[in-house]
Design a binder for this molecule. Structure first.
Ligand code: SAM
Length: 472
């Protein structure tokens, strides 16, 4: 691989590494491609079921020591030409393609937490850690996933829906606003900061094109503003994880050190030395993880975990949240929708959520969200459950993907070739088919909705998700 590594960067890393051999190992691995890794989406499937399923297909899954749902993956040669993203299991949201070291920050955040009620992910797109956190929360409580970039926000939204994360409220702000607008609101916060990306050259050989000492200073100033905002938005007693996929101290140790100096005894570092067997190989004297790519044959990463001990106040803000265009659903609406879910799909009304309505759409908002109404503007909250029409309700595609079918739910399991046709937007013919609305599944895992009319399965896949020419 022809990776661009500026000499000034190599010299800088040489000063941080203990020996010439280590530097050689570092430079050498930067020129090698990354091994593939995935995270099983525990929102939809257990690790053991996934392993069983994929081992039958010849997948070799090597556990990643710090993440119970993470695996390095080797596929049989004949499968290598199919992009992982085009496999049936990926389309069904059963796994997420995620670099191994990028699984560390959520694991560090949750290692000592007891079911947090509200969590904030300040820089969330494309959503690898958001969905990992949602799974660690068992899809309960509230996870606010914020992203500054509009185009990346769309990707975040698609990830959240494909993986079936229902406890997420998305927002679209500069992360610097949280300290002022939502002070002392969250039990746990992840700041996976925008960074120089020095640890990502194995995936993107041109990642260091714009590298310079000045760029380091500039991004470090942004990171300090973001970590300050995160700290103010944290409840006393809460946990903050700061992470980057870069290696220079200016963006890592020095950012955390700056926060420690600002807030003195109100904040302390919690060592990550015991996070997993082997962590001692990458822990710094301060208790941070500084993952050199040659250590675990991964990307480079930095992770720090902090505790807030007491309130430090927060600047007052008069920011108005704007109109909130949703109304709580009436008892009657709730009862009729509950009836529809039970009768048509044999699904219970999901616990931990409240029903809201806007126009004809019915939404499930996490209960932990309701207190934030009027305090902040969100982009998309919870799960769109159903739409009202003349004769009643219609379940949404995203709800079909997020709710777990019961033993009595009407489902049809498709073969791979049928599934490909389903994704192509085609209607199908099946020997036996429950009649009326049903869940279209890959071995019991919903991939969408359809309607059984005699032997015809009418395809209800949303048009924007149709994949012409897909083969499986
Ligand atoms: N946490 C993500 C994941 O695991 O999928 C990766 C996040 S990436 C390292 C940093 C993200 O921060 C980018 O999506 C970038 O658009 C966003 N970003 C940049 N500046 C920001 C800011 N001031 N506030 C919030 N997000 C920002």
């Amino acid at each position: 691989m022809n990776t661009l590594l500026p000499q000034a960067f190599i010299d800088k890393m040489a000063a941080l590494l203990p020996s010439r051999q280590e530097l050689d190992a570092f430079v050498s691995i930067c020129h090698q491609g990354l091994r593939k890794s995935i995270r099983v989406n525990q929102l939809k499937i257990s690790v053991s079921e996934f392993k069983q399923r994929m081992q039958v297909q010849g997948w070799q899954l090597t556990p990643i020591p710090w993440c119970e749902a993470g695996f390095w993956l080797t596929r049989p040669e004949e499968q290598e030409s199919t992009p992982l993203g085009n496999t049936a299991e990926h389309l069904a949201g059963l796994f997420y393609i995620q670099e191994a070291s990028s699984m560390l920050p959520p694991v560090a955040l949750f290692a000592k937490l007891n079911t947090p009620e509200r969590v904030l992910d300040i820089a969330a797109a494309p959503g690898s850690k958001t969905t990992q956190i949602s799974a660690l929360m068992n899809n309960q409580g509230l996870l606010v996933a914020n992203e500054l970039s509009s185009s990346r926000l769309k990707v975040l939204s698609a990830t959240i829906q494909r993986l079936g994360a229902a406890n997420v409220a998305m927002s679209h702000f500069d992360g610097e606003v949280f300290g002022q607008w939502l002070p002392e609101t969250f039990d746990a916060i992840l700041l996976d900061a925008p960074c120089g990306g020095e640890g990502t050259v194995r995936k993107d050989p041109q990642a260091m094109q714009n590298w310079s000492e000045q760029a380091l200073q500039d991004i470090s100033a942004v990171q300090k503003r973001l970590i300050d905002s995160a700290f103010l938005a944290l409840k006393p007693g809460g946990t903050l994880v700061y992470s980057t996929c870069t290696l220079s101290p200016e963006e890592n140790q020095q950012v955390v050190q700056w926060l420690l100096e600002q807030y003195d005894e109100a904040v302390s570092v919690e060592s990550l030395a015991d996070l997993f067997a082997g962590a001692e190989q990458v822990v710094t004297p301060e208790g941070y993880l500084h993952v050199w790519p040659q250590r675990f044959d991964s990307e480079g990463f930095f992770v720090a975990r902090l505790t807030k001990h007491h309130s430090v106040g927060a600047p007052k803000s008069n920011k108005k949240a704007g109109n909130f265009p949703y109304q709580p659903a009436s008892r009657k609406e709730q009862a009729t929708l509950g009836d529809y879910l039970a009768k048509q799909f044999a699904l219970p009304f999901p616990a931990g959520f409240s029903l809201y309505v806007r126009d004809k759409d019915y939404w499930l908002f996490p209960d932990a969200f309701v207190e934030l109404i009027g305090r902040f503007r969100f982009d998309r909250i919870g799960l769109k459950l159903a739409t009202a029409h003349k004769q009643g309700f219609r379940l949404t595609h995203e709800a079909a993907l997020a709710l777990t079918p019961s033993a009595n739910s009407p489902i049809v399991n498709l073969s791979l070739s049928q599934l490909a046709e389903f994704y192509q937007g085609k209607d199908l013919f099946c020997d036996t088919l429950p009649q009326g609305e049903l869940l279209v599944c890959l071995d019991g895992h919903p991939v969408g909705l359809g309607k059984g009319i005699g032997q015809k399965l009418k395809n209800s896949l949303p048009r924007e998700l149709v994949r012409d020419g897909l083969s499986l």
